[in-house]
Design a protein around this ligand. Structure first.
Ligand code: PEP
Ligand code: MN
Length: 348
């Protein structure tokens, strides 16, 4: 249920409603919007017992949230969420580009990639130190050594780092180094992991599972928000269909659908969706045009020798060229590339 306060409700009236909700053993989630406060209550069926609050001073109305997910829904929070990572925003006025290698392979590889993607306009560095691989015999990542390399690249370039965490036990370690915790497609429904990242105060990049619906993605995000972490970025990275010409099928329509139903920022990963460099630039442009808040792209100093996902990793030249187009389409969409400090946005 949503308890919508009157525009002129006083602080005392808002606290009174919060206390009344708590007195019923329920948990209030107040959101202070630009012109009014909305208090959400999502504790299952019992939230339905709140209708009587309509007669409490300061309350405008009590309305049900119709969607299965609550905290991530636009009904709950109409204003877009802007996730802040250092000086960079995701979901604000700008279009945010994250780029880097699939996996951290070594110091030189990451440092070179970090410098190159920064030069071309990326503002967040990606790189996996823990790799969830389909085969147990494939390279599993450098682990903590990889995290240290990413931290060194951040130190040198100033780019915040997004890197994957693959199990709840690793959340404290990865959080020490990462600026954004990535939950991979294979872990989208790992509920213990979602709860663990929900308890930390670090932004989370949640990738859509390859066999998951948009609603399931939003329900997974709900696990993170309901554990206390509101800083979630959603990522469409392609879903498995009968089509074999591409690695996955990029569900570009997920972007406007998620934008309608949720306040969370949404980015697109054209690298894992298409699986081949040839198709990555056009789908990156499609992502901008569809209204995504950013992209995450794999870039490698020497894709032929990459230990992981070389066929879909752009060379520095390809990335630079792609960024010329991304910049143009982003400008046409009224969303210049995100590039640094921005003023705070109300309701974020
Ligand atoms: C990745 O980003 O490196 C990755 C493994 O992606 P996904 O989880 O989308 O397959
Ligand atoms: Mn990859």
């Amino acid at each position: 249920m949503l308890v919508v306060m009157k525009q002129d409700a006083s602080m005392a009236e808002i606290s009174g409603v919060i206390r009344a909700i708590e007195a019923m053993g329920l948990k209030p989630h107040p959101t202070r919007g630009v012109d009014r406060t909305i208090i959400g209550v999502v504790d299952g069926e019992r939230a339905n017992d709140l209708a009587h609050l309509e007669s409490t001073p300061g309350v405008e109305q009590v309305i049900p949230i119709t969607k299965a997910y609550k905290l991530v829904s636009r009904e709950f929070k109409p204003a877009d969420t802007v996730v802040r990572v250092g000086n960079v925003s995701v979901g604000g006025d700008g279009f945010t580009v994250m780029a880097g290698p699939c996996a951290v392979e070594g110091r030189d590889q990451v440092l070179q990639a970090a410098r190159a993607v920064k030069r071309a306009g990326a503002v967040i560095l990606r790189g996996g130190a823990f790799k969830p691989r389909t085969s147990p015999y494939s390279f599993q990542g450098l682990g903590e050594e990889g995290l240290k390399i990413l931290a060194e690249a951040r130190q040198e370039t100033g780019l915040p780092v997004v890197t994957e965490v693959i199990s709840p036990e690793l959340v404290p370690l990865v959080s020490e180094y990462a600026d954004i915790l990535q939950i991979g497609a294979r872990n989208m429904q790992n509920y213990a992991l979602l709860e663990a990242v929900g308890r930390v105060r670090k932004p989370v990049l949640l990738k859509r599972g390859m066999m998951s619906t948009i609603e399931e993605l939003l329900m997974s995000a709900e696990y993170v928000l309901s554990n206390g972490n509101q800083q979630v970025i959603l990522c469409e990275r392609g879903i498995r269909t009968f089509e074999k010409a591409t690695r996955n099928t990029l569900d570009i329509s997920a972007v406007p659908v998620i934008k309608r139903d949720s306040h969370l920022p949404v980015i697109v990963d054209p690298s894992h969706a298409l699986g081949h460099t040839e198709f990555v630039p056009s789908m990156a442009l499609a992502a901008v045009a569809a209204g995504a808040d950013g992209i995450i792209v794999e870039v490698h100093p020497c894709p032929e020798t990459a230990w992981c996902d070389g066929v879909q990793s752009l060379t520095f030249e390809m990335f630079e060229e792609m960024m010329v187009g991304v910049r143009r389409v982003a400008a046409a969409m009224g969303r210049p590339l995100e590039g640094g400090v921005r003023p705070a946005v109300a309701g974020a």
